[in-house]
Design a binder for this molecule. Structure first.
Ligand code: MOS
Length: 741
């Protein structure tokens, strides 16, 4: 069996259900006697609820109840609802007190026989507040920044230092020191957060749109103070999450709480507007970056100091500086993180949390340094190429970045770029070409899986994982099919439900790395069992063959030295009583984690066309070339890359969350005024994978790609705008008003 480093681009196994409308998303779940819940959100950003008047609401025909802090059932595990610096376990607002910490905080829920009645009832709620002074946003409060206790990932230090920063800067002949800003971003998944919850005695079932069925089960049980097994979470389909469904946010408690309150099943679907606050956001940042280089381009010192904005009640600190520690071979370095608190909705991971805003700064700064040094930006990156991880002092498990640069530059036509800014023009349009490095760590968590090889040659796999929309269900069947070298059609996957073995949450590009490895590991165990069965079976052509001598091809075991000697797995199992062979195991990183530094690497090239009279930027070409271990399915992987790059374009040019500084109120909580790209914004866009064999990284040989697309695209586009116009933009998004100044 030949090793395939770039796997077949097969269609999604759930593609037909999705396009024919058969797929039932969480909001599609029906239940007898269902009540519809609609949330009422705070209109102030800081203060207390003095009075709730629901009389007009209760007069709306069909309204059956209003739940607020005045009457909501008390939650048994409320002591667990406290500050957490991790991405998971966030502080939730679940009607247990009268405090308001941000605009658009859920403060009541109207329950009605129809969605329309609940909506009208919610509109008729009258709330009186006692308003308290606002904690303002960046940069007003920048002097209040403090060092967080930790960053979300335990292994990431808050501050780092290596070498001697001062001496390093002293050695430099060219110095660079600038400050960049990025805004609050809202995930805006296409599918709104939705769940249907019902209790049967003290047992809770939730059909919930979540990136993490297993950890939702754990957290919801913990907060209710009930045994974990009493909670079942099901999620068969998700319409995007990007971090906003990665952890338990308030709605995942408010749904079941309302079901308890009204003693009926409750369907709760967030409105678009409700998604601006309670379900997370990417932190605004102010980042100061300094870089020193010798005349030949060698970096001598680098400083990356991030101030990130977080909410008033939790401790999530966007890890913006972590990639600067490892991407280039720079001997002297200082990176720090501080945060400030403001009366804003929850900050949280959002597609490449830390890496996206941090690498925007790093990769723009390197472009700026290339300008100062008058060298090609790609040549400058090669000059400072890190052959080993300079932060952890470890070899990389694999790194094919040079091949990516080379392929990308060739494909994109980088050599045709005239280095001089404003030198390329087409009629009214200034043309610019920019590039950047992209990178993302391999985050392997823990997942369990059960694999069952049946006597008819089919395989059943069980694991609780959800499919975030990336194609997880499809590629897990592919990975298992490869172990037995059979068609993926012969593999059935049972997933998206906590009744199956626990699996990691789909965040941090973790799923293929973690759950993919789990299914491969367990499938290989089952295959080993089959080999042992054959070599112990006197009736098998493989009787007494050493296990290491037994190979598999197309579901048939055979002897390596004599391939004619062998038999189908199905024949073997049928002769041995017809029972299935099965195995269940937990799978997680081992010693390799401390011996190697593991990242996916790549590069993004961007071409922009700028109309200076209109301040309009069009990204005419976007190309990524990435290496990320084995690519399981070229089609779904490509979708991930293109989607991520469109995210990068969106961060560079469009997205901004506007709050009124006087009231803390969100001014654009809708897709009319919060801009994301549409089809017309995307021109030529392409991705190339560089095949990479990495046997160390994990059993599946894969690195995550969900976040690689966004990381480098932002800076590639902003660098291209500089090349087109000769004007540097250090404040995202680069909107027309900024281009016209
Ligand atoms: Mo993500 S932000 O790791 O869902």
């Amino acid at each position: 069996m030949a090793k395939k480093l770039i796997g077949d681009p097969i269609n999604r196994i759930d593609g037909k259900e999705k396009v024919t409308g058969v797929a039932r998303y969480s909001a599609d779940i029906k239940r007898l006697d269902l009540v519809h819940g609609v949330l009422v959100m705070s209109t102030i950003a800081h203060g207390r609820i003095r009075q709730i008047d629901a009389s007009a609401t209760m007069n709306v025909p069909g309204v059956v109840g209003v739940m607020s802090h005045e009457n909501a059932p008390k939650i048994g595990g409320m002591e667990k609802n406290k500050n957490s610096a991790q991405a998971t376990d966030r502080v939730l607002h679940v009607f247990q007190d009268d405090q308001v910490h941000y605009n658009n905080q859920p403060i009541a829920m109207v329950l009605a026989e129809t969605f329309e009645a609940a909506t009208e009832g919610a509109d008729r709620m009258r709330i009186i507040y006692d308003v308290e002074p606002l904690k303002p946003e960046l940069p007003a409060n920048i002097d209040k920044a403090v060092k967080p206790e930790r960053l979300p990932r335990e292994d990431d230090q808050v501050d780092t230092q290596r070498g001697d920063m001062k001496a390093g800067m002293g050695e430099a002949t060219v110095h660079f020191n600038e400050t960049y800003r990025t805004p609050t971003q809202i995930h805006n998944a296409l599918e709104p957060h939705a769940l249907v919850s019902y209790w049967e005695g003290d047992k809770l079932t939730m059909y919930s749109a979540t990136q993490a069925v297993s950890s939702t089960q754990k957290r919801v049980a913990e907060l209710f103070g009930i045994p974990r097994d009493n909670v079942r979470v099901i999620c068969q389909y998700i319409g995007g999450g990007f971090g906003s469904k990665g952890t338990v946010f308030s709605q995942n408690m408010l749904g079941p709480l309302a079901a308890k309150f009204i003693k009926r099943p409750v369907k709760l679907v967030l409105k678009r507007e409700h998604m601006f606050g309670m379900v997370g956001s990417r932190s605004a940042t102010v980042q100061r970056f300094s870089l020193g280089a010798k005349a030949d381009g060698q970096f001598t010192a680098m400083g990356h100091h991030s101030i990130v904005q977080t909410d008033d009640f939790d401790d999530f600190a966007e890890p913006a500086g972590v990639i600067s520690r490892m991407l280039y071979a720079v001997p002297n370095q200082e990176t720090t993180h501080k945060f400030i608190r403001a009366n804003i909705g929850l900050t949280s991971p959002m597609r490449a949390p830390g890496e996206a805003p941090g690498v925007f700064v790093l990769e723009c700064a390197i472009d700026e340094m290339a300008t100062l040094l008058k060298v090609d930006p790609l040549a400058l990156r090669l000059k400072n190429y890190a052959e080993t991880d300079p932060h952890r002092n470890l070899p990389f498990s694999s790194k094919s970045l040079k091949a990516c640069y080379e392929r990308g530059a060739g494909q994109f036509g980088w050599a045709k770029r005239n280095a001089e800014p404003r030198s390329m023009r087409d009629g009214n349009h200034l043309i610019g070409m920019g590039m950047a490095t992209t990178v993302y760590p391999v985050n392997r968590g823990e997942s369990s899986a059960k694999v069952q090889l049946n006597a008819d040659g089919t395989v059943r796999v069980e694991t609780a994982t959800q499919d975030l929309g990336t194609g997880t269900f499809t590629i897990l069947t592919q990975l298992v099919a490869e172990v037995f070298d059979i068609s993926p059609d012969l593999v059935t996957l049972a997933a998206g439900d906590t009744r199956y073995p626990e699996a990691v949450g789909s965040g941090g590009s973790r799923t293929t790395v973690t759950t993919g490895s789990a299914v491969v590991q367990v499938a290989k165990e089952v295959l080993t069992k089959a080999k042992k069965m054959a070599l112990n079976d006197t009736k098998s052509p493989l009787y007494a063959t050493p296990e290491s001598e037994i190979m598999i091809e197309k579901g048939r075991l055979y002897r390596k030295s004599d391939p004619r000697k062998g038999e189908l797995l199905s024949s073997l199992l049928k002769r041995n009583g017809g029972k299935a062979l099965e195995e269940m195991q937990e799978s997680k990183a081992g010693a390799e984690k401390n011996k190697y530094s593991m990242y996916g690497f790549g590069t993004i090239f961007a071409e922009v066309r700028v109309d200076e009279a209109l301040g309009e930027v069009r990204v005419s070409r976007l190309l990524s070339v990435v290496s990320a271990g084995k690519i399981v399915n070229e089609k779904t992987a490509r979708s991930q890359m293109l989607g991520g790059m469109i995210w990068g374009l969106s961060m560079a040019l469009h997205e901004d969350t506007l709050r009124d500084p006087r009231t803390g109120r969100i001014m654009n909580p809708n897709l009319a005024e919060y801009h994301v790209p549409v089809n017309a914004d995307i021109k030529e866009i392409d991705n190339i994978f560089i095949a990479e064999e990495d046997e160390t990284v994990n059993p599946a040989g894969v690195k995550g790609i969900g976040e690689m697309g966004v990381v480098g695209s932002v800076s590639a586009i902003v660098n291209a705008i500089y090349h087109a116009t000769g004007k540097r933009h250090r404040d995202l998004p680069v909107t027309p008003d900024k281009l016209l100044v």
